[in-house]
Design a protein around this ligand. Structure first.
Ligand code: HEM
Length: 204
C-alpha cells in the first residue's frame, strides 16, 4: 500500500484542482464581457451553450475516471477529489441548462416544454439533468452518513446520467460525429474497467 500524502498536501492539491476546474468558467465570463481580448464570437449564446455542455460532460467523465484510476494505481486518496469533480460537472451542466432556458429560450415555458417532449435529444438531456440533481443534493458528508448503503445505490445514477449525456450530445450532432464518438469510447472504457473489477470480485 502506497503512503497517502499528508492532509496539508491534500488540501493544497484540492485548492489547485478547484482553481483548475474553475478556469473554463472564468474564461467564459471573460469572453461574455469581452475582457482581455476574449470573445464568444458571432453566436455568443450558442457558444456559451456548447462550451458549458462540453465542460459538463468532460467533468462527468473525469469524475467517473477517479475510481478506475484509484483501482489501477492503488492511490486511494484520489477518491478525496471525486465529490468536488462531480459537483463541477453538475455546475457546468446547470449553467448549460440555464443558458438554454434563460438566454436561448428566454424562459418561454411553452416552447421549452415542447422541446422537451418533441426533440428527443433534449428529452435525454433533461432526464440526465434530473438524475444528477439528487446526486448533487446528497453529496455532503452528512447525507452520506444519513443514507448509508442507500447513498451508494443512489449515486449509481451517475452511470445512466453519463450515458444519456453522451447520447444527448451524439443525437444533436448534425454531420461530424467524431467528438461524441470520442466521449462514447472514453465512457465505454471507464464503465468497462468498473465492470471488470466488479466481475473479478463480485462480493464488493
Ligand atoms: C447531463 C446533462 C447534459 C449534458 C452532459 C449535456 C451536454 C451537451 C453537449 C456536450 C452538447 C454539445 C456541445 C457542442 O456542440 O460542442 C450539448 C448541446 C446542447 N444541449 Fe446539452 N447537455 C445536457 C443536458 C441538457 C439539457 C437539460 C438541455 C436543455 C433542456 C440541453 C440542451 C442542449 C442544447 C439546446 C444543445 C445545442 C444543440 C444544438 O446546437 O443544436 N442539454 N449538450
Amino acid at each position: 500500500m502506497r503512503r497517502a500524502p499528508s492532509n496539508a498536501t491534500l488540501r493544497a492539491l484540492k485548492v489547485m484542482v478547484f482553481a483548475a476546474a474553475l478556469l473554463p468558467a472564468v474564461f467564459l465570463v471573460l469572453a461574455t464581457f469581452e475582457i482581455g481580448g476574449q470573445s464568444l464570437g458571432a453566436n455568443p449564446i450558442e457558444e456559451l451553450l456548447h462550451e458549458a455542455g462540453e465542460w459538463g460532460l468532460r467533468f462527468l467523465l473525469i469524475t467517473l475516471a477517479v475510481t478506475p484510476l484509484r483501482r489501477i494505481s492503488g492511490l486511494n486518496w484520489l477518491v478525496r477529489f471525486r465529490r468536488m469533480l462531480g459537483l463541477f460537472a453538475f455546475f457546468y451542466i446547470s449553467v448549460h441548462f440555464l443558458v438554454y432556458a434563460l438566454l436561448d429560450q428566454r424562459l418561454a415555458l411553452g416552447p421549452i416544454f415542447e422541446d422537451i417532449v418533441e426533440r428527443p435529444y433534449i428529452t435525454l438531456g433533461i432526464v440526465a439533468l434530473l438524475m444528477l440533481i439528487p446526486l448533487a443534493l446528497t453529496s455532503t458528508k452528512g447525507m452520506m452518513r444519513r443514507l448509508g448503503r442507500r447513498w451508494q445505490a443512489l449515486h449509481r445514477l451517475v452511470y445512466p446520467a453519463a450515458i444519456l449525456g453522451v447520447w444527448h450530445f451524439w443525437w444533436q450532432v448534425k454531420e461530424d460525429i467524431r467528438e461524441p464518438v470520442i466521449y462514447a469510447v472514453i465512457l465505454a472504457v471507464l464503465l468497462g474497467i468498473r465492470l471488470f473489477y466488479r466481475l473479478r470480485s463480485p462480493a464488493r
